[in-house]
Write a protein that binds this ligand. Structure first.
Ligand code: 9PG
Length: 537
């Protein structure tokens, strides 16, 4: 399809210009009439964990369950939309294999397959679009270039190698245990040490979500621990969810006016986690912004040079703000304030709307959490929630976001070398290793004492390697002299049967009961404690 034809099949544009690789349009709403019904659609998920993948158009779309988790896994604004759709951009594949792409170059924009056309719109006002046809690698590359010109980015810094606590210990962390791990990792530059550049403390150090002070399990304070980390030649990293608050937090009690409300004055729901409903800060509220800046300066003052800011989607949820800025713009302004306060620290954003973060952070988590299981029947077949932790969900979404690599470092989440408390097969583990090599972002939560001698040396080899990587097919990469086809590992599960749909409805309903969610949380903690007892750190 030539670029002139793209112009001919478009409606709604106030202006169109041919550009390298496609056409630039301006307009609040653009529609491209498709020459034939597409066979698959490229979903673009809103935030880090949201499904991003090519999905057959004949797959019936169900609203992902359970409903109270939706704000945490997808954009609540479009969660009831049953036509294929996605944030900022979308693409279709036509029966003859031809592809057509439509992507916004600004925020608060959405693309949808609307009958025989691909439609894109801005939630507020007017904006630019890029449309193209042809090769996916080419149009995504050009899209990234155009986004970079508008949003910044492209200053790839570090290619970090991070040890983080979450994937082995969840929130069951404490100071003596982390010091033990740190000592077992060894000095970064010694022959026996594991070369992680960053030691990142994840969820579990804080008093509460909103109360970002060390809890009683960290008696030397976070500054004390940062000092010990630096003694090993590593940078200290810290996890926070700065835009969330839970009802049990002080911020929630004392500054209700900083929180995001809806038009009726009710608090906007931001999901459910940590046994409580989640709410978000209004990032247009001046006092909330001052508080965020002070928080970032505080962690820098403690000695942390790497910040993993998580659950950031909270700042971009629909709502009525103190200053009536569009929601993603409001979030981006909040992120800019945090970025500036962090100075030259490495900023990894997670649970973040993707486009609004470009140019303001060093790395973005581009998929859902990895886990020691490949996939689960409950979430795949009953609840159809592809944003939940699991290696397959992480691989699928991350792989479809690698086009972002020219703009920002793409964090695929951790790899595993340890077989302790882990159900992944050696092949599944090695697929994750290869993804991390392609991303050149290497994270692990493996506990040193859990690693056998050969696992430890394999992990060391992985951290030290710098293979040459080249994309050679839609899902195929050349890694040094090997080929890795991710295709067989990222397929969507089969369409659920009627029985599974019914069961999913029941389970999804039960999962809206806070007491049951809390119970599941407790069961998870109990089973982790058992694992830790059997396999001491
Ligand atoms: C800490 C974690 C880790 C992880 C993040 C984020 O409720 N949930 O289903 C849920 C999903 C993902 C999640 C947490 C909770 O993960 O991606 O790396 O930092 O938070 O809480």
């Amino acid at each position: 399809m030539t670029d002139n034809i793209l112009v001919q099949i478009s409606t709604g544009a106030e202006k169109s210009t041919i550009t390298k690789g496609g056409v630039l349009f301006t307009g609040p709403r653009i529609t491209l009439s498709l020459p034939s019904a597409p066979v698959s659609y490229l979903y673009s998920g809103w935030q880090s964990w949201s499904l991003t993948a090519w999905v057959n158009t004949d797959r019936p779309i169900r609203r992902m369950l359970p409903p109270n988790q939706r704000p945490r896994v997808a954009d609540p604004e479009y969660v009831n939309e049953l036509r294929p759709n996605g944030s900022w951009y979308g693409a279709v594949e036509l029966p003859a294999g031809q592809m057509l792409f439509l992507g916004a170059l600004g925020l608060e924009s959405h693309v949808m397959l609307d009958g025989p056309s691909l439609a894109g719109w801005y939630e507020t006002g007017n904006g630019e679009w890029f449309a193209a046809s042809g090769d996916e690698t080419e149009f995504m590359k050009r899209y990234a270039e155009l986004l970079g010109e508008r949003l910044g980015g492209g200053h790839i810094k570090a290619s970090p190698r991070v040890w983080l606590s979450w994937y082995s210990l969840n929130s069951e962390i404490h100071e003596p245990q982390l010091l033990k791990i740190l000592s077992d990792l060894g000095p970064i530059d010694s022959a026996e040490g594991l070369p992680f550049d960053i030691f990142q403390i994840d969820d579990g150090w804080q008093v509460g979500i909103g109360d970002w002070e060390p809890n009683s399990k960290f008696p030397a304070g976070m500054d004390g621990l940062a000092g010990r980390i630096k003694e090993t030649g590593r940078k200290a990293g810290l996890w926070l969810a700065p835009l969330l608050v839970v009802p049990s937090s002080r911020v929630y009690r004392e500054h209700r006016d900083w929180l995001l409300h809806d038009g009726k004055g009710k608090l906007v729901p931001a999901g459910f986690n940590w046994g409580e409903p989640l709410h978000a800060l209004d990032t247009t509220h001046p006092a909330a912004l001052d508080w965020l800046a002070a928080l970032m300066k505080r962690i820098r003052g403690w000695g942390y040079d790497y910040a993993k800011l998580d659950f950031l989607y909270g700042g971009a949820l629909p709502g009525k703000r103190y200053n009536e800025l569009p929601r993603e713009t409001a979030y981006r302004n909040g992120l800019r304030v945090m970025r500036e306060a962090l100075g030259d620290a490495y900023l990894l954003t997670c649970g973040t709307p993707i486009l609004p973060s470009i140019g303001l952070c060093d790395g973005i988590r581009v998929g859902p959490d990895v886990a020691g299981t490949f996939s689960t029947h409950l979430f795949d077949d009953l609840l159809e929630n592809f944003a939940t932790p699991g290696a397959r969900n992480a691989l699928r979404t991350t792989l479809n976001r690698l086009w972002l690599r020219s703009l920002v470092e793409t964090d695929p989440d951790v790899v595993y070398f340890s077989s302790c408390a882990n159900d992944l097969t050696p092949e599944q583990k090695s697929v994750l290793h290869d993804l991390a090599q392609i991303c050149n972002f290497k994270g692990s939560s493996d506990i040193p004492t859990w690693l056998t001698r050969s696992e430890r040396s394999a992990l060391r080899g992985f951290l030290e390697s710098k293979p040459e990587v080249r994309r050679t097919g839609r899902t195929v990469y050349q890694i040094d002299d090997r080929q890795r086809d991710f295709g067989p590992h990222i397929g969507m599960p089969a369409v659920p049967s009627t029985l599974n749909n019914l069961l999913g409805g029941v389970v999804g309903g039960l999962a809206t009961i806070p007491a049951l969610l809390k119970l599941f949380d407790q069961l998870g903690k109990y089973s982790l404690k058992k694992t830790l007892k059997r396999n001491p750190v």
